[in-house]
Design a protein around this ligand. Structure first.
Ligand SMILES: *Cc1c(COP(=O)(O)O)cnc(C)c1O
Length: 402
């Protein structure tokens, strides 16, 4: 059967009918424990009553008006983001890549507005992922995403991960900013060490560069803080947010200090859909839950429990799991078998996981999971590891018999 969809995804032969909290109900009638959350998007799980209510109430009132008019829901969401972060201003987009595009344009415009249009280059890091637009594939620097799409957008200089000397050497008179994910997501759940984050801030201050954090995956409670930078002791000048902020409704945001945003004036950037009343109603509803007292402390605690349990899983199955890494509910397992095999074995046990680079499998459960959900996940992953071990033994025996 040929599909009319453009074949840019290697889709699993699996589709879902509905969701309930951390569960996905497949069209095959099976219940799957969702430890992927649509790639860190369904922060509050599926069909969260507060989000359903906010969306349906707003849907009955007003969906879209354009940014030609005041949007009070957007003012409110921006105010709440500003009150809870380093930022002074917010630009709403529809996706992560667009949030990063806003961040990149803002950094360039900042220097141009100060009389330095030659300062447009942005330093990024190997293994990064910043999106799939022409500028963000150049920022991410991954050959597999750049190939065949014409000349790479000019102005991105990539340096090795966590290498201070290489970073210092890359800073020049044309450098405008440094852009980094506090924890690389697609790159394989690679946390940037805090001392390196502090060095970044120091270098930016010393050279007049803007520091951009891509918190599209790490943000909105994923690591147990509202934003991952809160763990590092440093703040950025600009920050891109998306994924969890809409809880499944497509939206993103670019946050900035007033100084970093000072080059952006009326007409310098825009979007038709970004920040529309429907998106803003959902974004506010997501924050209602995440900013409620003790919600984030609970995420932090359940994240620690998950990490502990995963370390035990690794100890029980050293032939399968070689490393456990991550923070909060953004965890990665490095395996000795291909991550695609590990994910397939997990799926056979009805638990959904997500691949990343460096042969890592990501666990990105909804932030609302309970201790019981963690225990259930461990039972299923234990069974998946055992199935893989049985398979490995059978293969070894066949090899010995030949
Ligand atoms: C997902 C992601 C993006 C891209 O977001 P889209 O909404 O797919 O455009 C950018 N940066 C990071 C760190 C991401 O995880």
């Amino acid at each position: 059967m040929t599909s009319p969809l453009l074949q840019t995804y290697a889709r699993a032969d699996l589709s879902f009918e509905k969701g309930e909290g951390p569960w996905l109900i497949g069209r095959d009638g099976e219940r799957y424990l969702d430890f992927g959350a649509g790639i860190a998007v369904n922060a509050l799980g599926h069909a969260h009553p507060h989000l359903v209510k906010a969306l349906t109430e707003q849907a009955a009132k007003l969906w879209h008006t354009s940014n030609l008019y005041q949007i009070p829901e957007g003012e409110r969401l921006a105010k709440r983001l500003v009150e809870n972060t380093f930022a002074d201003v917010v630009f709403f987009s529809n996706s992560g890549a667009e949030a990063n595009e806003a961040a990149i344009k803002m950094a360039r415009k900042y220097h141009a507005s100060k009389g330095h249009p030659e300062r447009f280059r942005i330093i990024t890091f190997e293994g990064a992922f910043h999106g799939r637009t022409l500028a963000t594939i150049a920022a991410g620097g991954q050959a597999k995403y750049l190939e065949g799409f014409g000349p790479k957008v000019e102005g991105f200089d990539q340096v090795p991960f966590d290498n201070l000397e290489a970073l210092k050497a890359a800073i020049g008179p044309e450098t405008a900013a440094i852009m980094i994910e506090p924890i690389q997501g697609e790159g394989g759940i690679r946390p940037v060490p805090n001392p390196f984050m502090r060095e970044l801030r120091g270098l930016c201050d010393a050279h007049g560069l803007l520091l951009i954090f891509d918190e599209i995956q790490t943000g909105v409670g994923r690591t147990g803080k509202l934003f991952a930078y809160e763990w590092t002791g440093v703040t950025p000048d600009i920050m891109a947010v998306a994924k969890g902020i809409g809880g499944g409704f497509p939206m993103g945001a670019c946050l900035a200090t007033a100084e970093a945003a000072s080059g952006m004036t009326v007409g310098s950037h825009g979007t038709t859909f970004g920040g529309n009343p429907l998106a803003m109603a959902v974004g506010n509803a997501v924050l209602d839950v995440i900013l409620a007292p003790s919600f984030l402390e609970r995420v932090e605690r359940v994240g620690l429990l998950l990490k502990q349990r995963l370390a035990e899983l690794k100890d029980r199955h050293p032939a399968v799991i070689s490393d456990v890494r991550g923070l909060g509910l953004m965890m990665g397992l490095r395996t000795n078998v291909p991550n695609t095999d590990f994910i397939a074995a997990a799926r056979a046990q009805k638990i959904i996981l997500i691949a990343a680079g460096d042969n890592v499998t990501r666990l990105l459960p909804p932030l609302i999971i309970s201790d019981e959900d963690v225990a259930e996940a461990m039972n299923r992953l234990d069974a998946a590891c055992t199935a893989i071990e049985t398979e490995l033994k059978a293969t070894a025996q066949r090899g010995a018999a030949e």
